[in-house]
Design a protein. Structure first.
Length: 394
């Protein structure tokens, strides 16, 4: 049953609508971190790599994430950051189509994905071209020139959602390799990676999966292509036998070859505990709850704040688990909202973002948030210098 508010440490008086950027602290996560520090590291020291299962943790956590994104056991590796995983997936995908020189993304993609593509192509220096049409035009831009289609399923600004199955089919029909970024999908919407037949997917775990700031990223590789992947970043834990200490690199014969360096055990342990809350959660039930919360919020805000313009798709079927509104003074209004206990965030140039996480939100939260927003907009409570000074993180 949803929500599961008793499984989270939510500060008193806070309505948290920013789980699409950083999830709430799950109960037990802090205790797990303390256990790893004092009992495992503190007492067992280096022995904990074996006795506490540290070495297996990236695989164990990967399989738990895999259940939420429709990936088979053993196909998801965890560790590093999302940017690194984008780099790994893109390099591997380009090597699968050596005679093509076009990478297709869209202009709504999260900037780091495009930045990593730019950096990789400069390094390779083989005349690659990165094309970024509007999201609505991506399908028509998939031609036989394209080596790789690299898209974020749910747009970070608007919440617009690509049709994973249709886009992947179109990419494959054109002979291209498909990479999906699931940063705003994992834990938010049902995903069927195996059914989509996409070659690669990447994502982060600090948003809807509540793994904490800087929590490890993940990468999926379709099982039938794993043994053909030549890793660009051939770290020692991607080796088939890390402790053989061989001078030459020999990749693992599984998705483990996409691991690089020593895993962050503290963060992986917290993430592992955070994933406990997902036990017994059906992603389709979660999606229906998310849609209901989002629809109620849109209805309330449009009735109460007519000067705000919906910047997300109105069709719930093509919208992820967030709602965005455009407002000329969006940054200041969001700061005023946060100051009153309703936490969302802002994205340039004028987007107020609100994430809907049915694990710890209910209808009362949504209505109360809309009421507070109405007061701020109606009475121009945002119009004060302290709300207009931008912080480094918006």
């Amino acid at each position: 049953m949803l929500p599961k508010k008793d499984r989270f440490d939510i500060p008193e008086g806070v309505i948290y609508l920013d789980g699409n950027s950083l999830g709430v602290l799950p109960k037990g996560a802090a205790a797990r971190a303390q256990q790893v520090i004092t009992e495992e590291w503190g007492v067992s020291l280096i022995r904990a790599w074996n006795s506490a299962g540290w070495m297996d943790l990236p695989r164990v956590v990967g399989d738990r994430i895999g259940r939420l994104i429709g990936a088979p056991e053993g196909s998801v590796a965890t560790g590093d950051t999302l940017s690194i995983k984008v780099y790994q997936a893109l390099d591997a995908a380009l090597k699968m189509r050596p005679d093509r020189r076009v990478i297709l993304s869209d202009n709504g993609n999260f900037p780091t994905d495009v930045y990593m593509a730019q950096g990789l192509t400069r390094t390779i220096d083989k005349g690659y071209e990165i094309r970024t049409p509007s999201p609505e035009d991506v399908a028509d831009a998939i031609t036989d020139e394209v080596a790789v289609v690299m898209l974020t399923q749910v747009d970070y600004r608007s919440g617009r959602m690509h049709d994973m199955e249709a886009i992947t089919q179109k990419a494959h029909a054109a002979g291209a390799v498909m990479i999906w970024d699931l940063a705003h999908s994992a834990g938010a919407v049902p995903v069927d990676l195996a059914g989509s037949n996409a070659e690669f997917a990447v994502g982060c775990t600090y948003k809807y999966l509540n793994g904490g700031p800087g929590a490890p990223a993940f990468i999926y590789a379709r099982p039938d292509i794993v043994e053909t992947i030549d890793p660009a970043l051939s770290g020692w834990l991607g080796h088939d036998a890390p402790f053989a200490m061989e001078l030459g690199y020999r990749p693992a014969m599984s998705t483990e070859r996409l691991r690089i360096g020593t895993p962050s055990i503290l963060q992986l342990s917290v993430l592992d505990t955070a994933l406990d809350v997902w036990d017994g959660v059906d992603m389709h039930d979660l999606r229906q709850a998310s849609i209901a919360l989002s629809e109620r919020f849109i209805k309330e805000v449009e009735a109460r704040c007519p000067t705000l313009a919906l910047a997300s798709p109105r069709d719930q079927q093509v919208r992820g688990s967030q709602v965005s509104f455009g407002f000329e003074h969006g940054y200041a209004a969001m700061q005023a909202l946060i100051d009153r206990g309703v936490i969302g965030d802002f994205r340039a140039p004028n987007i107020m973002r609100f994430g809907f996480t049915p694990l710890y939100l209910d209808e009362t939260d949504v209505v109360n948030a809309a009421e507070i927003l109405e007061e701020i907009i109606r009475d121009d409570l945002w119009d004060t210098p302290k709300y207009k000074t931008k912080s480094r993180v918006t």
